[in-house]
Design a protein around this ligand. Structure first.
Ligand code: HEC
Ligand code: HEC
Ligand code: HEC
Ligand code: HEC
Ligand code: HEC
Ligand code: HEC
Length: 499
């Protein structure tokens, strides 16, 4: 038999045969599935797991069984006195040995080349958005859905969560293994806790695409609101956000990105699990001077020692660059601004809010609840409208259900309530965690500024038909309803909760 001449005699035993069969079948399947994926053009995450994780394990396992079988056979033959020693004796003068050696060398070479190619495929696959977002379907649904509707939808999970370099790659695979364990045994928490404490510092991720020195100039931000009254009174505010602050060369280092200007360093201590309560802030400037601000509000000083100390980077403001769970208020205002929900339906702003912000246990229950809430409210309060404008109400129901599915995930308990957004200060403390006018330096008396004009100037504000246009210097904020001086003394999020 020809095979007998190509392979050493020790190969011919049942164990090695079985191993070789397992290896050959898995290899064939890998090639087949890989070709299928290449030619079909679209790919599925589960198939990737089979092709690049499960089958290779069987392939390598098969090869190990072959080796074990050969070793056992060798031992058996040695016992029978057919061969000497436990290791093969190679004699290159023997043509049979030369042939066998060449065959083994060819097989080894082939296995090495394919495993190098295979490892690269495995690397690419485990770094892909599909792998991260689709494998743990239930768990990652909120993060994945929000990501797909965000400005970073075309950036990969790995770009922000791992970045480049072997050290973080290995670390991510170790924590990934733990995550697979926690998903398999249903040990993960709902919602997944935020912040991510071992997130790679922004220098290795965000700053690969956005660099701090680049921040110059202003950015115009316009917000349109509908008030929760019968007419859904519209109100617009346009702000010129001072997003500069990063330029070291010109020296004009004022503006919002001053905090991440490489010349400055702002460090803080937070005493809650979500970095929302910040009693102490340290500042180090380019000229070497330092200052320390402490809140005048009362807080539990014993927690300072165990609190988390962190030097600010991008994530301390932009903690939701892609997993954005909009508040119902933002979602509804946006639908109404676009006319997708008719602003002329009486009280729709407040009904929509009640429908979206209610507690639901599951998504189907929520979608049902949104429909019931809107329909019964119009039927009870405005029977005429319910009849005459049925189409508008139907559309409002559909649109609200859609936006609910994109922003609130009852099964994972994910919503705006659990994931604060630190850019701004309207529905969350955000900038006012430090800029609340109460963080004072004992040394210099300096206060972290709450001056409304330090971060933005108001270009225009008012009900839509009477928007006041102002000079670029801006004007004092006008609160849409009279609440006296409360908006100066309190933080906005003490009254505005996002509903
Ligand atoms: C633009 C950068 C970026 C991309 C792209 C990105 N993430 Fe994130 N992710 C973040 C940041 C920033 C946080 C929150 C960090 C914090 O607050 O500590 C986060 C947090 C998370 C969390 C913890 C829960 C939470 O929302 O705080 C999970 C889980 C997560 N990301 C998964 C993913 C998955 C899966 C993908 C790809 C589908 C992905 N991320 C893509 C930046 C990103
Ligand atoms: C792989 C490149 C890449 C990485 C990494 C990345 N971004 Fe971006 N980012 C972009 C691009 C491209 C845009 C512009 C998207 C657009 O305008 O549609 C953007 C836009 C933004 C915006 C403006 C969003 C808006 O609403 O217009 C912010 C803020 C931002 N990124 C912050 C971050 C933060 C924080 C991180 C790190 C957690 C990060 N980015 C990581 C490429 C990246
Ligand atoms: C961890 C505390 C902290 C947080 C959170 C914070 N800041 Fe600051 N910020 C400081 C400190 C400290 C200073 C320096 C003291 C000052 O000028 O008030 C400062 C200064 C500034 C300045 C003036 C910089 C200059 O030109 O000299 C601006 C503008 C600013 N912050 C905007 C923001 C915005 C916008 C946010 C929210 C998105 C924010 N900050 C969140 C601590 C913080
Ligand atoms: C002190 C809080 C704070 C820090 C720290 C911070 N940003 Fe920002 N950033 C803001 C605010 C506020 C805006 C304007 C928000 C808006 O778009 O309404 C902004 C805007 C941006 C934009 C959009 C700019 C534009 O002109 O469209 C990008 C991109 C961005 N930041 C990236 C980063 C990156 C990268 C880092 C880290 C190097 C960073 N930011 C650090 C608060 C911050
Ligand atoms: C430390 C910087 C800072 C200070 C001080 C500050 N703001 Fe803001 N403000 C912001 C940022 C950042 C946003 C968010 C812009 C965005 O969402 O893109 C914002 C948003 C707003 C908005 C729009 C609300 C919304 O829907 O997000 C209003 C109105 C506003 N600010 C008014 C004020 C008033 C009034 C004061 C003074 C009491 C003030 N701001 C002080 C940084 C600041
Ligand atoms: C004492 C409570 C309170 C504080 C503090 C407060 N507001 Fe309001 N705000 C209200 C009330 C009440 C309304 C009327 C509509 C409603 O009930 O939402 C309102 C309405 C608004 C509206 C119109 C849109 C809407 O939801 O009706 C804007 C914009 C607004 N506030 C901005 C701010 C900003 C910015 C701050 C912080 C600088 C602030 N408010 C602080 C109570 C407050």
């Amino acid at each position: 038999m020809r095979l007998k001449r190509l392979l050493p005699e020790t190969f011919f035993n049942m164990t090695s045969f079985t191993g070789a069969a397992i290896a050959a079948i898995s290899f064939g399947l890998i090639v087949f599935l890989f070709a299928l994926e290449m030619f079909s053009g679209h790919s599925q995450a589960y198939m990737g797991i089979i092709t690049f994780v499960i089958l290779p394990v069987f392939f390598i396992g098969g090869l190990l069984i072959v080796a074990y079988g050969m070793w056992a056979e060798k031992k058996r033959r040695a016992k029978l006195g057919l061969e000497k020693g436990e290791l093969p004796a190679i004699d290159f003068n023997d043509p049979a040995h030369r042939r066998q050696f060449a065959t083994l060398a060819a097989i080894t070479f082939f296995v090495l080349i394919s495993s190098a190619f295979g490892s690269f495929q495995v690397f690419e696959f485990t770094e892909s958005v599909r792998f991260c977002g689709e494998i743990c379907h239930e768990v990652m649904k909120p993060e994945y859905t929000a990501f797909q509707h965000s400005p970073h939808a075309r950036v990969t999970c790995a770009d922000c969560h791992i970045g480049s370099g072997a050290e973080w790659y290995v670390q991510s695979k170790i924590s990934g293994a733990y995550q697979i364990y926690s998903v398999t045994f249903n040990k993960f928490s709902r919602p997944i806790p935020t912040p991510v404490h071992n997130l790679r510092p922004a220098r290795g991720t965000c700053e690969q695409c956005h660099w701090p020195q680049h921040f110059i100039g202003d950015k115009l931000v316009t917000k349109t609101y509908f008030m929760p009254d019968e007419q859904n009174t519209p109100w617009t505010v346009s702000l010129a956000m001072k997003t500069g602050g990063g330029n070291v060369q010109t020296g004009t280092s004022s503006g919002i990105h001053w905090h991440v200007n490489p010349a400055n360093e702002v460090t803080y201590v937070s005493i809650d699990s979500q970095r929302q309560v910040i009693p102490v802030v340290y500042m180090k400037l380019g000229d070497g001077s330092v200052d320390e601000f402490t809140t005048t509000d009362s807080f539990d000083e014993s927690k300072l020692a165990t609190g988390e100390k962190r030097t600010m980077d991008c994530i301390d403001c932009h903690n939701r660059p892609t997993h954005i769970y909009r508040t119902p208020e933002e979602s509804i205002n946006s639908l109404m601004t676009q006319g997708l929900v008719s602003p002329t339906l009486p009280n729709i702003r407040s009904y929509a809010s009640a429908a979206m912000a209610a507690e639901y246990a599951t998504e189907p229950e929520a979608l049902k609840g949104i429909e019931t809430t809107l329909r019964t409210r119009y039927a009870n309060m405005y029977p005429e409208v319910a009849k005459e404008r049925k189409q508008d109400i139907d559309q409002a129901v559909t649109q609200l259900q859609k936006v609910f599915s994109r922003t609130i995930f009852p099964e994972m308990r994910v919503s705006w309530k659990h994931y604060p957004n630190n850019v701004g200060h309207y529905a969350y403390a955000g900038c006012f965690r430090c800029h609340d006018g109460k963080h004072v330096s004992k040394k210099t008396g300096r206060v972290i500024s709450k001056d409304c004009n330090s971060c933005h100037v108001i270009m225009s504000q008012g009900p839509n038909d009477k928007v006041v246009n102002l000079t670029p210097k801006g004007e004092e904020f006008r609160h849409p309803v009279d609440i006296g001086d409360s908006w100066k003394e309190m933080n906005c999020n003490e009254c505005h909760t996002g509903e």
